[in-house]
Design a protein around this ligand. Sequence first.
Ligand SMILES: C[S@@+](CC[C@H](N)C(=O)[O-])C[C@H]1O[C@@H](n2cnc3c(N)ncnc32)[C@H](O)[C@@H]1O
Length: 394
Amino acid sequence: MNLEKRFLQIKQILIEHRSLLEKEVLEQYPNSPSPYTNWAQELLALSSSDLIQLENTLNTPKSLSEDYQNLLKKIKGLTELPKPAIKTKKMAQNFARKISLKKRHEIELINSQLTQLTCDNFIDIGSGAGHLSSFLLQNNSKTSTCLDKEKAYQDIGKKKLQRYHPEILKRINFVTADFQDIKNISCHQETTVIGLHACGALSKYIIDFYLNSEANYLLNYGCCFHKMKTNDFNLSTLAKSQPLMLTNHELTMAAKSYKNISQATFEQREKVKLYRYVLHMYLYDHFKSGFTSIGNTHNSDYQKDFAHYAKKYSLQLKQHDSKKLNFFFQTKKDLAKLYIRLGIIRSHFSRLIEIYLILDRALYLKENQTHVSVTETFDRKISPRNLSLMAYKF
Ligand SMILES: C[S@@+](CC[C@H](N)C(=O)[O-])C[C@H]1O[C@@H](n2cnc3c(N)ncnc32)[C@H](O)[C@@H]1O
């Protein structure tokens, strides 16, 4: 894959659709952005199973207009990344204690990714309990430094190793610290620097640490992109020329992207959004209110009428007439459904934003004299933050 070409193609499409992406569709109310509103009308005619299929695969139903189908094909092509077939060694049951199925899947794959490297030492940053390092140190004489700012996580890992694998514990150096306060960690050429789901800016700090270190190898998986500040991305020269200043909304889209949606999730989301959207419309129409957060709601809220929900979650509406609120709901629910469909169109771009951020990191590494590869490794249904960024020095 030509990283530069793919990066620029993604950047271009994100720029073209900026007006849809930079804020939540509900914040556009009462405006309805073109051409997306016509496409959203087309989505209203699709069944829930067709919509789920569209969201999960970006495969285009024939009933959609040609320009919408073309956009979907383009996005699908740009989100396709190499998916190497990786044969994994399964974690033994006795080792898998206290490790979730998701984590097991990730660790098994990473173990296989790293077996090819001439590496005898790891620096595992944001290591949590150190489950990954523990597995990487099984049946060999390798060593690892596991750094995390949360002592409680590390204590879980230490306790488990002390009880079941004391020999591995001797080869792990647990360091409790904020990585930003760390000036130096000893390493050598045959060290791999790892950041598995290194949240927000931590991935950038890890990349800079790797570039300034002796270590030959890097393996990084990012997550929680919404925790980044503006100078934590657009690192590469290609990104810096006319940088795309992604908003927190767009970074949040990236952080949540590529999850496989089930029928149950879809139906629950429809109910939640319908009430939420009509509530915003009411507040906007009557008080010119901007978008406000209402906090967490409960499943039972959606078994009662709209008035009950509106009064519970908006102090302003406590004394309002229930009949009037329910009448408003009846008059606005179709428009709210249209906005929910606009949200589906917007979500088609989520994975592209994530790939933009990962390719930017890859190009930055490449500019700094390393070989890089970006691949899709974990099974999306188990772990959707599945983009592997690997680097080694010339
Ligand atoms: C999403 S968890 C991933 C944990 C582990 N790598 C895994 O995949 O199971 C991110 C971890 O990074 C740690 N972390 C985040 N920022 C950090 C920082 N600046 N310095 C040290 N640790 C940090 C958190 O405490 C947390 O344990």
